[in-house]
Design a binder for this molecule. Sequence first.
Ligand code: FA5
Length: 348
Amino acid sequence: MIEKLKSLETSFKKVLKETDTEAKLADLKARFLGKKGELSAILKSLAQASPEERKTLGQAANEMKIRLTGKMDEAKGAIERTIIDSKLAADWIDITLTGSQRARSVKESGLHPVTIVQRELEDIFLSMGFDILDGPHIENDFYNFTALNIPETHPARDMQDTFWFKDMKHLLRTHTSTIQIRGMEEKKYPPFKFVAPGKVFRSEATDASHEAVFHQMEGMLIGRDITVAHLIYFEKTLLSEIFKRDVEIRLRPGFFPFVEPGFELDIQCLICGGKGCKVCKQTGWVELLPCGMTHPNVLRHGGIDPEEYNGFAFGLGLDRLVMMRYGINDIRLLHSGSIDFSRQFATC
Ligand code: FA5
């Protein structure tokens, strides 16, 4: 009997040497120490042994069980360490590398969906002769409000909850319409047309379709005899290029102090197909692209003579367009930092 125990321990050690995964370890345990394992079989056969033999063999079997269990625990620790080491090696990031060097060292990568759509829009507008402009995130009252025909006492200032700096003179821009004025100042001589994508900031509660930091793309065209028909043409081109199919839109009157007349262009909610959901607040429509004919006061603030020139402007909600394009049902996913979310847009 003692020989059987010895040979069991020898074959245990032999199998243990080849045990390098958790699954193999579970098999080893079942084979040697499990209820139906080899050690149990030996212990069961003790029933036929003499009381004296049973005592010695029982003790030897127990001591062996403790030894084998100890060896298995050691092997388990080693296997776990190997798993952790290989995970660490796979996820390792050298924080001393620059962004582009690091991008080259990661296995999966891709652009953020907002960047993808923004770049596509830039290409569409470049192909139609628009320039791409940029502007500061920290603005002053003049560019964000006053020059856009929103004087200090105007209730329209309350339409956008603003992050003000302590000096109450500077703010985080609440919309990209600031670039209407900066663009007119830069371009000076109509005709000209430009778009200006970028981040905007509003101190408001978030929900499925509202973020405190989101993206807009401003568009402006100034020339002679510009009409609403021109405006609609560019907006339709934009949407058909982005969606590559017909999408339901509706145009309705909208109030913005910097345009007259002003419109809201809504898109039928592509999350619910217009039935009503949390993104469209059960209305079936999503506000996407407010627009209008530039107010003469705004032209004047931009140094353009409204007697001679006119034009249009629009302010596209970029994050919402991205949501409609990819069927994303909560805007907060876009900047959640979730790897699982971002991985869906990996291109290599
Ligand atoms: C404006 O910001 C105007 N400056 C747009 C404009 C430009 C009108 C030129 C006329 C001429 P509004 O606050 O509605 O308007 O925002 C424009 C778009 O940004 C909305 O239609 C919506 O798509 C998006 N948007 C607004 N608030 C949020 C938010 N909190 N989170 C995500 N997207 C938002």
